[in-house]
Design a protein around this ligand. Structure first.
Ligand code: PMP
Length: 400
């Protein structure tokens, strides 16, 4: 019955790794997927994660029973504190409904399904450009997806005017997806001042903020600084949603561990929302997996481990910042035409180079450098020994 099924295209981001794996060149470089690599180009399991796992393995009281539909309670509580701040009035007043979900993607999807079922507006505005999976997640949940201007190719910075115009023109009550920090793919974030303007504008129009926080701690190295945008919206007492991922900041990619928090106006509403989230989750996957949640809860609830985590996280963020500096210096030293200062101005895992699809294709075929066709490179995939190769490739692509 499926004989006539057509071949689906590769995912545009994950497909880069598929192509990379097929390349036999010793010089090949994968800057496509957003996963941290060490200076030696190896995946990293954080030391604090190994320690938490050892503790868990040695705990004979630990069971492999089902978690509740909403996940591990300790994990949920600590996750809400991590994103909203431990002194958040919303937490103190029990106005937050938090559920453990399948990493950032699952948290976004559960949030979207909840909104489709219980919110009176079904239009979500996402930034242009955004992470490629965003439109698909929201469309599959039955929301109608529109975009707002975000990135200005001319300045390789924020199109703040365009953003304000588009959000001003949005139907009142619409949902707006905001990257909490380290916008993917552009690496361009609003300043705190601009966030404040966005907040006022959105609140005045009754637009509902849905934050995607996939890089807390990765942008600046500080967990608090990278959550400022979300906390500003929570401080005004209004509602918002936040999807958190521990893929990058704890290196728990394959554990699929994340959380969805919905900040509400009263404890009573939060209880009711949580009860409805259970009805969303139960038919999707019944309940979430236990291992990743136990690792995160162990680290977040132990003072020493928490501290050690922040040190390891800062080291990852600092290595990425150092890669930016090294690549920028290499481009300047070569005298490659154009202004490359956006490499050091943009933040987070990615640099939006400004290279066009033809230049990207050239770099892949001639230099075995792999990246998404929009010119996004993962700085986390770069190491000091590869900077010259990358800058050679970029120089050749720009000057050919
Ligand atoms: N949002 C953004 C902006 C992302 O970049 C990512 C990961 N690439 C995610 C969400 C979700 O990732 P995960 O499901 O692996 O947590």
């Amino acid at each position: 019955v499926f004989a006539n099924i057509s071949q689906a295209p590769e995912d545009p981001i994950l497909g880069v790794t598929v192509a990379y794996n097929k390349d036999s060149s010793p010089h090949k470089l994968n800057l496509g997927v957003g996963a941290y690599r060490t200076e030696e180009g190896k995946p990293l399991v954080l030391d604090v994660v190994r320690r938490a796992e050892k503790l868990l393995v040695s705990d004979i009281s630990l069971k492999k029973e089902y978690l509740p539909i909403t996940g591990l309670a300790d994990f949920n509580k600590s996750s809400a504190k991590l994103i909203l701040g431990s002194d958040s009035p919303a937490i103190q007043e029990n106005r937050v409904a938090t559920v453990q979900c399948l990493s950032g993607t699952g948290s976004l999807r559960v949030g979207a399904e909840f909104l489709k079922k219980h919110y009176n507006q079904h239009t979500i505005y996402i930034p242009s450009p955004t992470w490629g999976n965003h439109p698909k997640i929201f469309m599959m949940a039955g929301l109608s997806v529109k975009t707002y201007r975000y990135y200005d190719p001319a300045t390789r910075g924020l199109d703040f005017e365009g953003l304000q115009q588009d959000l001003s023109a949005a139907t009142s009550g619409s949902i707006v997806l905001l990257h909490a920090c380290a916008h993917n793919p552009t690496g361009v974030d609003p300043t705190l001042d601009q966030w404040e303007h966005i907040r006022k504008l959105m609140r005045s129009k009754g637009l509902l903020p849905f934050f995607d926080s996939a890089y807390q701690g990765f942008a600046s190295g500080s967990l608090d600084a990278d959550a400022q945008s979300v906390r500003m919206f929570v401080a005004d007492g209004g509602e918002c949603l936040a999807a958190q991922s521990y893929a990058k900041n704890m290196g728990l990619y394959g554990e699929r561990i994340g959380a969805l928090s919905i900040v509400l106006t009263s404890a009573d509403v939060a209880r009711k929302v949580e009860s409805q989230l259970k009805l969303v989750i139960r038919p999707m996957y019944s309940s979430p997996p236990i291992h990743g949640a136990s690792i995160v809860a162990t680290i977040l609830n132990d003072r020493e481990m928490y501290h050690d985590w922040t040190v390891e996280l800062k080291a990852m963020a600092d290595r990425i910042i150092s890669m930016r500096k090294q690549l920028y210096d290499a481009m300047c030293a070569k005298g490659t035409p154009g202004d490359w200062s956006h490499i050091i101005k943009q933040i987070g895992m990615f640099t939006f180079t400004g290279l066009n699809p033809e230049q990207v294709a050239f770099m892949t075929s001639e230099y075995h450098v792999y990246m998404t066709s929009d010119g996004r490179i993962s700085m986390a995939g770069l190491s000091s020994s590869k900077v010259t190769h990358l800058s050679d490739a970029m120089h050749a692509a720009v000057t050919r």
